[in-house]
Design a protein around this ligand. Structure first.
Ligand code: 13P
Ligand code: SF4
Length: 350
């Protein structure tokens, strides 16, 4: 369990973390990337943490990988690379650093460790999980194999290392349809997200896609009737959904894609008004780059992603705690599944 008071006491002995308008003013190059969504008062609170983390990164030869759902002070303030699950997984294979700090959720850090076993991978809060990753175990994969003999198992990267090891290949939301279409079998098992699988089944009608009954607690909250109401009350708004949303929600939207696919769509299209049907921080992270787009609510927060804070990142880097370990045999098999996905994605030009 997390001992926040002890962490705070440790940090306050080593760092001056008092809010500082002067320090904040000296870091406007960073603040300019988030000034539309982070107030100057909040920036004065964040700046000492951002400065301490940047200094410590250099000392430890560390890089920070920030998922698109991180809050702006993490995404723009301290991350060396931002991106969706696939992009971060690929980055993990490319970085030269000794230490990777994963600002995202646990399965992402595990994926980085699987791909870079010699690097130290730090997770600022081990309790940053994922409802999808928690919905299936390696036994669940075997159950599906028994139910559909001979069918390949395509598991979303939002899974534990054990589940990846028990699968044939991984996918992310940016390559799921293509990975399924490329399988050498009519029936393809997709785990653990039933909605992603149903969305893929619609896009790849030549395959018989069968699925595990997991779901994302953030995206399952949206309903098609909410979207219809929203469109009626806010005409002209572009509705953009993540494929972890139920299929009728995706059908009501104007575009569906991975978190980076969504960013690309909004950046290319620059709609006057956009509703991102996904996690809240997505819109905040692109608001400054796209001043011409008005991002309208509602949005849902991922309680797991929101466990990652500047304070926890600083503590992890300072103490080198929160190191990810993966059993060596499991890691070898899990790596095969992730690497097959990366290789196939490259081959398919994704
Ligand atoms: P992306 O692969 O689109 O970044 O999605 C990861 C995730 O957890 C979305 O809920
Ligand atoms: Fe998991 Fe959903 Fe949170 Fe993504 S948004 S980490 S899928 S719970």
């Amino acid at each position: 369990m997390f001992d926040l008071p002890a962490q705070r006491a440790h940090l306050s002995e080593k760092y001056d973390l008092t809010p500082s308008p002067e320090l904040a003013a000296s870091m406007t190059d960073i603040y300019d990337r988030m000034s539309r969504v982070v107030s100057p008062v909040d920036w004065a609170i964040y700046a000492p943490y951002v400065k301490a983390i940047i200094d410590l990164k250099a000392e430890r030869n560390a890089v920070i990988l920030g998922h698109n759902y991180m809050t702006p002070e993490i995404y723009h303030g301290i991350s060396d690379f931002g991106g969706d699950s696939l992009q971060l997984a690929i980055r993990a294979t490319e970085v030269e650093a000794d230490v990777i700090v994963q600002c995202g959720v646990h399965f992402m850090a595990e994926t980085s460790k699987i791909l870079s076993p010699t690097k130290t991978v730090l997770m600022p809060d081990m309790e940053a999980g994922c409802s999808l990753a928690e919905s299936i175990t390696a036994e669940g994969i075997e159950e599906m194999r028994t139910r559909y003999p001979g069918a390949p198992v395509v598991s979303y990267v939002n899974t534990t290392a054990e589940v990846k090891a028990a699968s044939d290949i991984c996918c992310t939301s940016s390559n799921a349809a293509q990975i399924v279409a490329a399988q050498d079998s009519h029936t393809v098992i997709m785990t653990p997200d039933r909605y992603l699988a149903q969305n893929v089944a619609r896009d790849v009608p030549q395959k018989n896609v069968v699925w595990w009954e997991g779901s994302c607690i953030v995206h399952e909250q949206y309903s098609a009737s909410d979207l219809r109401d929203f469109r009626r009350w806010n005409p002209g708004t572009r509705l953009i959904a993540h494929p972890e949303c139920p299929p009728d929600v995706v059908a009501e939207s104007d575009f569906s894609g991975s978190t980076s696919g969504i960013i690309k769509y909004v950046t290319d299209e620059k709609p006057e008004k956009a509703l991102l049907i996904t996690e809240c921080s997505m819109a905040s992270n692109i608001a400054d780059e796209l001043p011409e787009v008005e991002f309208v609510g509602p949005c849902n927060m991922c309680p797991y992603m929101k466990k990652i804070t500047l304070e926890k990142v600083l503590f992890a880097l300072d103490t080198m705690t929160g190191q990810i370990e993966v059993d060596a045999d499991v890691a070898v098999k899990a790596r095969q599944s992730v690497q097959r996905m990366i290789d196939l994605s490259r081959q398919l030009g994704i």
